[in-house]
Design a protein around this ligand. Structure first.
Ligand SMILES: [Zn+2]
Length: 227
């Protein structure tokens, strides 16, 4: 699959704007009463959320056509101190194998990934894709930095709230492709061809802690990126 970066960016920007508009137009926070399939506790689901986490037993569910389908949800421990209690934001964690079929660029990411100067080859990549609504710029920075550093070695169950899911599985896959392309393209203004294949092995959710630093600014407690 080959995308021209410019077109892809515009396509994605429109998509994010559409999604943003949709969530802005449904500002009535209807709460739906749902019971956890594993422990029968009541789950609070905001009407736009398609994922829910049971704070009683740690089960995660994706809501598809009103059905609760199990999905793995874990959390990362804060790696740095901040003011107040951290708020957990959902990220998609995508385990993939990326195969580079053809490239004409000078980015370092794949050299590091494949451990050589070989411009093609394949390797495992764990993509961290914000699942909550944020600007395209913030999404890109968070996704690129977390994906390159893969900083969460041992995710675990926490008894904490996780809400604000804006993007589902299919969005997450498209965003992972976008991040792959942007990591490669931004390192070279000479990129002409980039053919790749991504095999998605599993999609899980990870809660990443953020500290509030001012009215609309947050800093993640793992890498310290401000958004
Ligand atoms: Zn439960």
């Amino acid at each position: 699959m080959v995308w021209l970066q410019g077109q892809y960016l515009i396509h994605l920007k429109n998509k994010i704007l559409e999604t943003g508009n949709n969530s802005n137009t449904t500002l009535d926070f209807k709460l739906v009463a749902v019971k956890c399939k594993n422990c029968d506790s009541g789950l609070v689901v905001e009407v736009n959320d398609n994922i829910t986490y049971c704070t009683s037993c740690g089960s995660g569910f994706e809501i598809i056509d009103g059905e609760l389908i199990p999905i793995e949800i874990n959390f990362a421990s804060p790696a740095m101190r901040g003011n107040g209690e951290p708020v957990y934001r959902p990220f998609w964690l995508l385990k993939t194998t990326v195969t580079i079929l053809e490239r004409n660029a000078s980015g370092n990411f794949f050299k590091n990934l494949f451990g050589s100067n070989n411009p093609t080859g394949s390797g495992s990549v764990m993509f961290y894709i914000p699942a909550f609504y944020c600007s395209l710029d913030n999404m890109k920075v968070l996704a690129q930095e977390f994906t390159m550093k893969n900083p969460v070695a041992s995710p675990q169950k926490f008894n904490t709230k996780l809400v604000g899911f804006a993007y589902g599985k299919e969005d997450a896959k498209k965003l992972a492709e976008f991040v792959l392309i942007s990591m490669e393209a931004e390192k070279s203004d000479m990129m002409k061809t980039f053919k790749y294949n991504i095999d998605f092995h599993s999609l899980e959710i990870i809660g990443i802690p953020f500290y509030k630093i001012s009215e609309n600014r947050y800093k993640d407690a793992i890498l310290g990126i401000e958004i």
